[in-house]
Design a protein around this ligand. Structure first.
Ligand code: ADP
Length: 476
């Protein structure tokens, strides 16, 4: 099968979160399973672009409304990612350093999708599957089916994977001229509650829709940032497929970013060495349990609860633990988290920003990782933590529910709490401190965690089965 992934992110080319990790790994495993997997993404101006060799494979000229533009498609020459990587350049729109966060993001991603459709339209063959990811590429299934310029692509089976349903790409109807001319009978597919909603449009127009964990799909039927009724209505074509992790990139025995490698047999010493590095760098006390957080500092991740939970922990449990926070996001949360530094020197520190290397060192050196998420479509942090022998302390939601069993339960290994409250999180922190004081128990849990298999194998199979079903349907 030839599978085309179209995405805004792909590690290591450009990553802002889990979407990048997934699109950087899934195609490689699909390729290993004997298929042709390709990734098409915008050509941002990231380091990857300068460090690698590319060839131009296509040049086109098309338009978004009355804005005509040239685009260029380049291909990475060595296949070093384990799949074919194509980057689409649109001068003035995609040639930026960051992936998101610009005032014209809607124009950028719609222009990107138009260029992708325009390019695929001139191929001499049709790919077997076009797999789009999140709202940035969710208009493509609609464009293929209902935009006059691309209707000869309507028989290509399309899959939309929702990595995060909180962001939907809303657009006022006054901007509808950005979308290529469509069959006006289908206008309702673009609209959701009075605005153009690319994610909703993708859910309606794609042949199949997946979420990145089964529990997240269940939850979305009750709480999906306004799309609940739609997910209930379309439930016949939805399924939840848990993400895997890239076991080449995320392996404590070979990790490119850490110096003190370790395996399940040397986990105690290995983690200690990494912890010492972290404590040295961030002025923390290595004798105390190191509790960390890595992620976007937004309400969805429960990051707004962190400052109070840290303060309450010091107050009620005492200075028996260290905290290290790595993340960036809402200025208010950033400010509150850095504010604690002065109050708890030696036991608390933050790094505000995005740092891939530091994240790896934290997974390796931390004892516990906090994930108080309000919403967690899958969550990769807990999966990386498990592989690195770091105990996840998670709220019982979405993918966290599907992957973390409380150590108090049969075959358990993590710490789970139910409510998105400071009190529940502080209780989880208290249980972490308790567990740390029982080295034999902690050792057994680490051994259990590191033997778990969250590799891509079974998820790749599930995606391939889904694709096969669609191909059969297309052939009938
Ligand atoms: P998200 O909802 O942000 O996509 P996931 O758990 O699916 O959450 O994926 C988060 C990914 O981003 C993980 O690889 C995590 O290590 C990484 N990450 C998040 N914030 C940072 C940061 N500030 N620095 C380095 N890596 C980060």
């Amino acid at each position: 099968m030839e599978i085309i992934h179209v995405s805004a992110e792909c590690y290591p080319v450009a990553k802002a979160g889990g979407l990048g990790d997934v699109v950087g790994a899934l195609p490689r495993y699909q390729r290993e399973a004997g298929h042709v997997a390709k990734v098409v993404m915008p050509m941002y101006r990231t380091k990857f672009l300068n460090d690698n060799q590319f060839e131009v494979v296509h040049k086109g000229y098309t338009h978004m409304g009355n804005y005509w533009f040239n685009y260029t498609v380049i291909k990475e020459q060595t296949n070093r990612l384990g799949f074919d990587l194509y980057l689409v350049d649109i001068y003035g729109l995609l040639d930026r350093e960051k992936i998101y966060g610009y005032g014209d993001d809607a124009d950028r991603f719609i222009a990107f999708q138009i260029a992708v459709a325009d390019w695929i339209a001139v191929w001499r063959h049709r790919p077997d599957i076009v797999h789009v990811h999140d709202h940035h590429t969710a208009l493509l299934p609609f464009m293929f089916k209902y935009c006059y310029a691309y209707r000869h692509l309507q028989y290509i089976p399309t899959v939309l994977t929702i990595h995060n349903g909180e962001y939907q790409g809303w657009l006022g109807w006054n901007r509808s001229n950005l979308i290529p001319e469509w069959d006006s009978y289908k206008t309702g597919l673009l609209d959701w509650q009075g605005t153009i909603n690319p994610l909703a449009c993708g859910i309606r127009s794609a042949w199949k829709v997946t979420t990145v964990s089964p529990t997240y799909l269940e939850e979305m039927r009750h709480d999906a940032a306004g799309l609940e009724a739609l997910l209930e209505y379309e439930k016949g074509k939805t399924s939840g497929i848990l993400n895997g992790i890239d076991t080449v990139v995320w392996n404590p025995a070979t990790d490119y970013y850490i110096e003190d490698h370790y395996s399940i047999d040397t986990v105690e010493e290995g983690k200690q060495l990494n912890k010492l590095r972290l404590c040295d760098r961030f002025n923390l006390d290595p004798r105390k349990p190191l509790i960390t957080f890595i992620g976007r500092l937004v309400g969805e991740k429960g990051a707004d609860l962190l400052p109070q939970a840290v303060e309450d922990s010091f107050y009620y449990i005492g200075r028996k633990m260290n905290f290290l926070i790595l993340g960036s996001g809402l200025p208010d949360i950033q400010g509150r988290l850095t504010g604690i530094q002065g109050l708890a020197r030696g036991d608390y520190n933050t790094y505000i920003g995005y740092d891939e290397a530091l994240s790896h060192l934290i997974y390796a050196g931390a004892d516990f990782i906090l994930m108080p998420s309000r919403v967690e479509p899958c969550g990769l942090n807990q999966l990386y933590a498990l592989r690195y022998g770091t105990v996840p302390v998670v709220r019982n939601t979405g993918g966290l529910h599907d992957t973390v069993i409380d150590y108090g339960d049969k075959h358990g290994y993590g710490i789970r709490f139910n409510q998105e409250t400071v009190g529940d999180m502080t209780h989880g922190i208290w249980r972490s401190v308790e567990l740390y004081q029982q080295p034999q128990k902690l050792y057994e849990i680490r051994q259990r965690m590191m033997k778990l298999d969250f590799s891509w194998q079974s998820s790749v199979r599930a995606y391939l089965d889904l694709y096969e079903g669609m191909r059969k349907a297309a052939g009938e």
